[in-house]
Design a protein around this ligand. Structure first.
Ligand code: KG4
Ligand code: ZN
Length: 382
């Protein structure tokens, strides 16, 4: 079959991204413009600001993706864009631009679910590395700033199906990393810095009790196969960190750290270490350790219940070193193959959107020009 070049566009949160992927398996270009610097002073993503920044970045980012790939607007075969979930205003920028471009070029447009993109990032990574043999059923953990979702994933030809068998009841795992980092005066986004600082602390200093999912919600009924759901909950651990801070009188040192780090344009690891005492480093390491143990434990329990042959771990938090090591060690012990995307493909990017669009292109699943952004778009009904 002839090579198919798809231009992917992603603007669901705080990254403006465009990429060209050949036949769902080879990245020709992958451009990500991060807005982190604009949102950092506010300690989180400001939706209004995100939309404005996407507007500013979208044209140059798409142009660079084409140039890097050595393609012209006319030499791509189709466009793909994230429809949701995400921030409505941010999504609309990518969608409006993709629609206009597709219309002007007379090329088909494919609407992609952001979560499906994260799952296909793993397949893209494997195919790039020459691995086309992934065993089903696949259990995919999408773990990011907005999601902690488990999907049982199947494919029949070009048709992919996803059954949601668990998700967070409250905060997403990445959100917990971000909130705890903010609480400790470490700035935004929290995941990468907690990841780097954790190896400098003792993870068994503070004991966090694993979250209890007591109440069944309406999604908690057993699946068709009679297998239970595997939900997560991460707001409790954030409150436990807050309680530790209060009972150990850490507020003054946190405020001092926040001021000192805010005065440094681009703090390096040494700067963070210079402003964290051992007690704080131990707290950070213990928090990360508890998060990782919970994510890995629940996902492997689900893998056993669903008899999964393969685990995909994807989304921003999949970049975490301890999470990767724990999954590799524990899944290996149980004989389940585990795959992650490379770190640049773990966090938001458009290559994953172009890759997820390829089977839809083959199935001629094109979007009508009147489709719109869906902030709460689900990947499967349950
Ligand atoms: O997938 P992503 O780029 O955007 C969303 O779709 O949410 O994920 C961003 C999230 C943030 O919460 C960030 O703190 C977290 O991923 N993250 C990490 C790491 N790198 C990014 N969390 C833990 N360890 C990391 N190394
Ligand atoms: Zn994402």
């Amino acid at each position: 079959m002839a090579d198919t070049y798809i231009l992917g566009i992603e603007s669901s949160c705080d990254e403006t991204a465009a990429a060209v992927v050949c036949s769902g398996e080879k990245i020709a270009s992958n451009v990500v413009f991060s807005q982190i610097a604009s949102h950092q002073p506010y300690g989180g993503v400001v939706p209004e600001l995100a939309s404005r920044e996407h507007l500013r970045a979208i044209v140059p980012v798409v142009r660079k993706a084409l140039t890097d790939a050595g393609r012209t607007y006319n030499s791509i075969d189709a466009l793909a864009v994230t429809q949701g979930p995400g921030l409505a205003g941010a999504l609309l920028v990518g969608i409006s631009y993709a629609k206009a471009l597709a219309f002007a070029l007379g090329k088909p447009l494919i609407a992609v679910n952001h979560l499906e993109g994260h799952i296909h990032a793993v397949l893209l990574e494997e195919r790039q590395n020459g691995n086309y043999q992934v065993n089903f059923p696949i259990l995919a953990l999408v773990v990011s700033g907005g999601h902690t979702h488990l999907y049982r994933t199947e494919s029949r030809g070009n048709s992919w199906s996803y059954e949601n068998i668990g998700q967070t009841r409250d905060d997403a795992a990445g959100e917990a990393f971000d909130k705890v980092a903010k609480l400790l005066g470490l700035g935004y986004p929290g995941g990468p810095i907690i990841d780097r600082l954790s190896s400098h602390g003792n993870p068994s200093t503070v004991k966090f009790t694993p979250s209890q999912i007591k109440h069944q919600d309406r999604r908690s009924r057993s699946s068709e196969q009679g297998v239970p759901r595997f939900d997560f909950s991460y707001s409790g651990i954030k409150t436990a960190v807050l309680r530790y801070v209060e009972t150990h009188d850490l507020q003054a040192s946190i405020a001092a750290r926040q001021r000192s780090l805010a005065a440094i344009a681009k703090p390096r690891l040494e700067d963070y270490l210079n402003h964290c005492d051992q007690q704080t480093l131990d707290l950070i390491a213990s928090f990360q350790h508890a998060m990782v143990a919970d994510l890995v434990g629940r996902t492997l329990a689900a893998a056993r219940a669903y008899d999964a042959a393969t685990l995909f771990v994807t989304g921003g938090v999949a970049a975490n070193n301890e999470l990767r090591q724990s999954f590799e060690r524990d899944a290996g012990r149980e004989g389940v193959a585990v795959y992650f995307p490379s770190r640049p493909l773990s966090t938001d990017n458009a290559a994953m959107i172009a890759a997820a669009a390829y089977p839809k292109f083959l199935a001629k699943e094109f979007a009508a020009m009147d489709f719109s952004a869906e902030a709460g778009l689900a990947l499967s009904q349950r």
